[in-house]
Design a binder for this molecule. Structure first.
Ligand code: AHG
Ligand code: MN
Ligand code: MN
Length: 364
């Protein structure tokens, strides 16, 4: 293989840091520790059945169920431990929160505490592990509230409830045919490919841009009977193709690994929807705001795409709970804006009014 002078993740971070001459270097060290956790998870995932992490047929971690009421896989638990182990010791963090932990994780007493907080989904799409389909990790970096930094006190759930616009950095690792790390530190979105011989992430996709238009959408159509009217309308118009209102044919994809879908959309455009629906009124959507929607939202927006609840910009949502669920739409800007328009049009807002319900006086 010809030797190419590639930028490493370390070099990229150092060059980004030069924009802030006073910075301590803590932030860069934190991102490198996150990257190390992702490399370790990539190895565990790549071992598959051989790693002993599948165990029984379903790969479930005994009877463990996480705070979402979902069965934890052994690899979910291992990935969570790797994130903690790689990130707790260095003194950059005031605390952590994860999909796999009910409450915030406190930095143990033997380690110094720092000014950032790390929030993560250690293994996203883990229902795909047993079938050898791509999975990933998602992370978000927040600044700890000033009194936490000053006092070094334990973090509370409340400390994490910051809108996505406050994220200092966000990204994901994708464990696919190649392992990739895609990050934003607030100055565009960049993609790195793991060079397995050197164990280094190399900058292969600088300045990623999501095309504003697309003819590809992703949604779990088995939920269609529970969708709200604006989503039904959008998908119906896509399905009608050339002969319908959109006047063009659409293609559809559903991997059930959001990281893999986000990556496809970053590479070639598209729109992803896991909207709020009427399936389970106690859940405001399937995906989680703090460690799924917000970090993917920042990655998208920094690449010129858009992320939304359908009703408002995702990054402007004020979180109310650590494990809060939310409807998520992201990807090509013009399509996401169209979906937002469908939600805001008066005819759709009248849906709650019985006079405008299905088979009512005013609807045919
Ligand atoms: P997780 O494995 O962290 O619980 O998240 C899986 C998510 C997401 O990656 C994917 O888009 C979605 O769940 C798939 O949901 P369906 O099974 O409803 O298609
Ligand atoms: Mn997930
Ligand atoms: Mn997960």
């Amino acid at each position: 293989m010809p030797l190419r002078n590639r930028t490493t993740l370390t070099q990229y971070l150092i060059e980004e840091r030069r924009r802030f001459p006073g910075s301590s270097g803590d932030f860069n060290a934190l991102i490198l520790d996150v990257a190390l956790a992702c490399k370790a998870i990539a190895r565990a995932v790549a071992m598959g059945e051989l790693g002993g992490m599948y165990g029984d047929h379903a790969g479930a971690a005994g009877a463990a169920v996480n705070v979402q009421g979902e069965t934890q896989k052994k690899l979910d638990v291992l990935s969570n431990e790797l994130f903690i182990r790689m990130n707790q010791w260095a003194g950059h963090l005031a605390g952590m929160a994860s999909e796999e932990m009910d409450h915030p994780y406190q930095i143990p007493a033997q380690f110094p505490r720092g000014k950032y907080m790390l929030v993560f989904d250690p293994l996203d799409g883990s229902s795909n592990i047993d079938v050898n389909v791509s999975v990933g990790s998602i992370f978000s970096v927040l600044r700890a509230p000033q009194d936490v930094i000053d006092s070094g006190r334990d973090v509370t759930e409340q400390d994490f409830l910051q809108p996505g616009s406050q994220q200092v950095a966000a990204g994901y690792a994708l464990y696919g045919p190649t392992t990739m790390l895609v990050i934003t530190v607030g100055n565009g979105t960049a993609g790195f490919t793991l060079e397995p011989n050197l164990g280094e992430f190399m900058l292969t996709h600088p300045k990623l841009q999501v095309p504003a238009d697309t003819q590809e959408f992703a949604i779990n159509a088995s939920n269609s009977r529970f969708w709200e009217a604006p989503i039904k309308r959008y998908v119906d118009e896509c399905l009608a193709g050339k002969s319908g209102a959109r006047g063009k044919d659409f293609n559809m994809r559903w991997i059930a690994s959001m990281v893999a879908e986000a990556h496809r959309i970053l590479m070639r455009g598209g729109v992803f929807m896991y909207p709020r629906d009427n399936k389970d009124p106690s859940k405001a959507g399937r995906l989680r705001l703090l460690y799924e929607a917000n970090p993917i939202g920042m990655v998208m927006e920094q690449a010129g795409g858009r992320a939304s609840t359908g009703r408002q910009a995702m990054l402007s949502v004020q979180p109310e709970g650590l494990h809060q669920r939310i409807g998520l739409v992201f990807g090509s800007k013009n399509e996401v804006e169209r979906i937002e328009r469908y939600h805001s049009e008066p005819s759709e807002q009248q849906n709650d009014n019985p006079l405008f319900a299905e088979r009512s006086l005013f609807r045919i």
